[in-house]
Design a protein around this ligand. Sequence first.
Ligand SMILES: Nc1ncnc2c1ncn2[C@@H]1O[C@H](COP(=O)(O)OP(=O)(O)O)[C@@H](O)[C@H]1O
Ligand SMILES: [Mg+2]
Length: 337
Amino acid sequence: MPDSPVSHHPAGSGQKSPEAEASNEQKAQMEQAYQQMQRKMRISKLDEGIKHKIMVLSGKGGVGKSTVATGLALSLARKGKKVGLMDIDITGPNVPIMLGLEEADLNVEDGQIHPAEGPNGVKVISMAFLIEDPDKPVIWRGPIKLGAIQQFIGDVSWGELDALIIDFPPGTSDEPLTVSQSLPGIDGVVIVTTPQEVALLDSRKSINFAKTISVPVLGVVENMSGYTIRGSAEPNSTISVMSPEGVMKECDSDSEGNWDITLDVFKSGGGEEASDEMGVPFLGTLPFDPGIVRGGDDGVHRIIAEPEGNTAKAFESIVDNIMGQLDKGSERSLRII
Ligand SMILES: Nc1ncnc2c1ncn2[C@@H]1O[C@H](COP(=O)(O)OP(=O)(O)O)[C@@H](O)[C@H]1O
Ligand SMILES: [Mg+2]
């Protein structure tokens, strides 16, 4: 480490005196303390360089948290914002797959990790980049895991960002707690839920968790909120479709004859009800869209594959609502202290 105040002497080839041993140990300790101090300084600088920090949480796994985190990042970037995406899911980091970045090489300079660059210029860092064999599950427990997260936060060189989106493993486990304690100035959490009652119950837990750690709830996103079907017909004609609940729904085909319509598959509106009940904003719904699954697997996110499609538009509206919440800033009455 060239900027370290601790000088390194080449280890002597002969026998070491006890004093020399002790001083080497002391040097190592000083070196470690110095690195920790530097990391702390870098973390406090992160607050200046990154305008908004948003955590994406869910009570349950598989509700689309990573899909939403990547979608928010891509959508914000599409609006011209400088965006970073941090994937804290150590046990199942899948953000790189969703963004086609599995082969990304990380550049390390002066002890700092430079994020990979994804679509729309989104800067991405994921635990997956640090894991050698992606098929081997990572089992890091307790302090080791938390230490790794702190190091992860302090050693990444993000540069100036308008927003940093942080994706977590499911649940209100140690990870969001550690991040909220290590990273100053978190603006708030976005909670992802599906319309089913069980997921909603879990999202209520996430809302309470955010309140416990004194981080504002920016709002709830209801994912997989309806199913979009597509077809083609006469250009500019009206299409009628029978919905699962037995009601005729109508939509118009465009000038090329393409049409799509979103039907409720599960009960919908639960996310909004839960937000009202808990007194937190509702940010919007995302349709159940098979293109999201394909995109998640082949590394081309729906927003990139179809920037004008329903899902991309739904993300845009959610992002507008989040920005509206961020603008309310410190005057937000939701902050529980
Ligand atoms: N709106 C959606 N429509 C269809 N499939 C979705 C949608 N959101 C997520 N998925 C799929 O559900 C699975 C779980 O999503 P993921 O984002 O990994 O969830 P989590 O991070 O909460 O575990 C993935 O296969 C993903 O492609
Ligand atoms: Mg995930």
